[in-house]
Design a protein. Sequence first.
Length: 139
Amino acid sequence: MSDVKKHIDFCLACHFDKLSSPPIHNTTLAFMTYLQFHLYFSLPLLLVTAWLARGRFSRVHARWLGLVCVIVFVFTTPWDNHAVKLGIWDFPEDKILFRIWRLPIEEYGFFLLQTISVGLLTVALLRPRSISTATGKAA
Protein backbone atom coordinates (compact mmCIF):
# COMPACT_ATOMS: atom_id res chain seq x y z
CA MET A 1 0.00 0.00 0.00
CA SER A 2 1.37 3.42 -0.91
CA ASP A 3 2.29 5.94 1.77
CA VAL A 4 -0.34 8.35 0.45
CA LYS A 5 -3.07 5.69 0.75
CA LYS A 6 -1.90 4.82 4.30
CA HIS A 7 -2.01 8.51 5.24
CA ILE A 8 -5.51 8.96 3.77
CA ASP A 9 -6.77 5.84 5.57
CA PHE A 10 -5.23 7.06 8.83
CA CYS A 11 -6.77 10.54 8.47
CA LEU A 12 -10.19 9.11 7.65
CA ALA A 13 -10.03 6.77 10.63
CA CYS A 14 -9.09 9.64 12.95
CA HIS A 15 -11.75 11.91 11.51
CA PHE A 16 -14.56 9.39 11.85
CA ASP A 17 -13.37 8.38 15.32
CA LYS A 18 -13.76 12.01 16.44
CA LEU A 19 -17.24 12.18 14.92
CA SER A 20 -18.52 9.16 16.80
CA SER A 21 -20.58 10.09 19.79
CA PRO A 22 -19.19 9.32 23.23
CA PRO A 23 -20.91 6.62 25.22
CA ILE A 24 -23.62 7.78 27.60
CA HIS A 25 -22.59 7.20 31.21
CA ASN A 26 -24.61 7.71 34.37
CA THR A 27 -27.49 9.53 32.73
CA THR A 28 -31.20 8.86 32.60
CA LEU A 29 -30.97 8.12 28.88
CA ALA A 30 -28.46 5.32 29.46
CA PHE A 31 -31.11 3.36 31.33
CA MET A 32 -33.99 4.18 29.02
CA THR A 33 -35.47 1.53 26.76
CA TYR A 34 -36.66 2.31 23.25
CA LEU A 35 -40.26 1.91 24.46
CA GLN A 36 -39.64 4.40 27.26
CA PHE A 37 -38.17 6.80 24.72
CA HIS A 38 -41.46 6.63 22.81
CA LEU A 39 -43.46 7.11 26.00
CA TYR A 40 -41.43 10.15 27.10
CA PHE A 41 -40.75 11.82 23.73
CA SER A 42 -42.55 10.41 20.67
CA LEU A 43 -46.04 10.01 22.14
CA PRO A 44 -46.11 13.47 23.79
CA LEU A 45 -45.05 14.97 20.44
CA LEU A 46 -47.86 13.05 18.75
CA LEU A 47 -50.38 14.35 21.31
CA VAL A 48 -49.21 17.95 20.86
CA THR A 49 -49.42 17.76 17.08
CA ALA A 50 -52.84 16.08 17.29
CA TRP A 51 -54.02 18.91 19.55
CA LEU A 52 -52.64 21.50 17.11
CA ALA A 53 -54.41 19.83 14.16
CA ARG A 54 -57.73 19.45 15.99
CA GLY A 55 -60.71 20.61 13.94
CA ARG A 56 -58.67 20.66 10.73
CA PHE A 57 -57.86 16.98 10.23
CA SER A 58 -60.27 15.41 7.73
CA ARG A 59 -60.81 12.03 6.10
CA VAL A 60 -58.86 13.26 3.09
CA HIS A 61 -55.91 14.07 5.36
CA ALA A 62 -56.24 10.64 6.98
CA ARG A 63 -56.12 8.89 3.60
CA TRP A 64 -53.08 10.85 2.47
CA LEU A 65 -51.34 10.31 5.80
CA GLY A 66 -52.06 6.58 5.58
CA LEU A 67 -50.51 6.50 2.11
CA VAL A 68 -47.45 8.40 3.34
CA CYS A 69 -47.08 5.90 6.23
CA VAL A 70 -47.10 3.03 3.74
CA ILE A 71 -44.48 4.79 1.62
CA VAL A 72 -42.30 5.44 4.68
CA PHE A 73 -42.45 1.75 5.67
CA VAL A 74 -41.74 0.54 2.13
CA PHE A 75 -38.76 2.84 1.62
CA THR A 76 -37.29 2.88 5.14
CA THR A 77 -37.56 -0.76 6.19
CA PRO A 78 -35.08 -2.23 3.65
CA TRP A 79 -32.27 0.28 4.09
CA ASP A 80 -32.64 0.45 7.88
CA ASN A 81 -32.47 -3.36 8.09
CA HIS A 82 -29.50 -3.35 5.72
CA ALA A 83 -27.69 -0.76 7.85
CA VAL A 84 -28.13 -2.99 10.91
CA LYS A 85 -26.86 -5.98 8.90
CA LEU A 86 -23.74 -4.01 7.90
CA GLY A 87 -23.15 -2.92 11.49
CA ILE A 88 -23.65 0.78 10.72
CA TRP A 89 -25.92 0.90 13.76
CA ASP A 90 -27.69 -1.51 16.03
CA PHE A 91 -30.06 -1.65 18.96
CA PRO A 92 -28.97 -3.23 22.26
CA GLU A 93 -31.04 -6.30 23.09
CA ASP A 94 -31.67 -5.11 26.65
CA LYS A 95 -33.25 -1.87 25.35
CA ILE A 96 -35.85 -3.37 22.98
CA LEU A 97 -38.88 -5.66 23.19
CA PHE A 98 -38.26 -7.88 20.15
CA ARG A 99 -37.14 -7.73 16.53
CA ILE A 100 -38.92 -8.13 13.24
CA TRP A 101 -36.25 -8.99 10.70
CA ARG A 102 -33.27 -7.05 12.11
CA LEU A 103 -35.14 -4.06 13.55
CA PRO A 104 -36.78 -3.74 16.94
CA ILE A 105 -40.55 -3.35 16.89
CA GLU A 106 -40.00 0.08 18.44
CA GLU A 107 -38.13 1.22 15.31
CA TYR A 108 -41.17 0.46 13.20
CA GLY A 109 -43.18 2.38 15.77
CA PHE A 110 -40.76 5.27 15.32
CA PHE A 111 -41.43 5.27 11.57
CA LEU A 112 -45.15 5.46 12.25
CA LEU A 113 -45.12 7.93 15.16
CA GLN A 114 -42.80 10.40 13.45
CA THR A 115 -44.66 10.24 10.14
CA ILE A 116 -48.01 10.83 11.82
CA SER A 117 -46.60 13.67 13.95
CA VAL A 118 -45.16 15.41 10.89
CA GLY A 119 -48.43 14.88 8.98
CA LEU A 120 -50.49 16.33 11.84
CA LEU A 121 -48.16 19.30 12.19
CA THR A 122 -48.42 19.90 8.44
CA VAL A 123 -52.23 19.91 8.66
CA ALA A 124 -52.05 22.26 11.65
CA LEU A 125 -49.85 24.71 9.75
CA LEU A 126 -51.78 24.63 6.47
CA ARG A 127 -54.02 27.57 5.75
CA PRO A 128 -57.65 26.58 5.19
CA ARG A 129 -58.57 26.47 1.51
CA SER A 130 -60.94 29.15 0.37
CA ILE A 131 -64.02 28.09 -1.54
CA SER A 132 -64.51 29.92 -4.79
CA THR A 133 -67.93 31.18 -5.76
CA ALA A 134 -69.51 31.19 -9.17
CA THR A 135 -67.90 34.56 -9.87
CA GLY A 136 -64.44 33.09 -9.30
CA LYS A 137 -63.74 35.17 -6.20
CA ALA A 138 -62.67 33.64 -2.96
CA ALA A 139 -65.33 33.47 -0.29
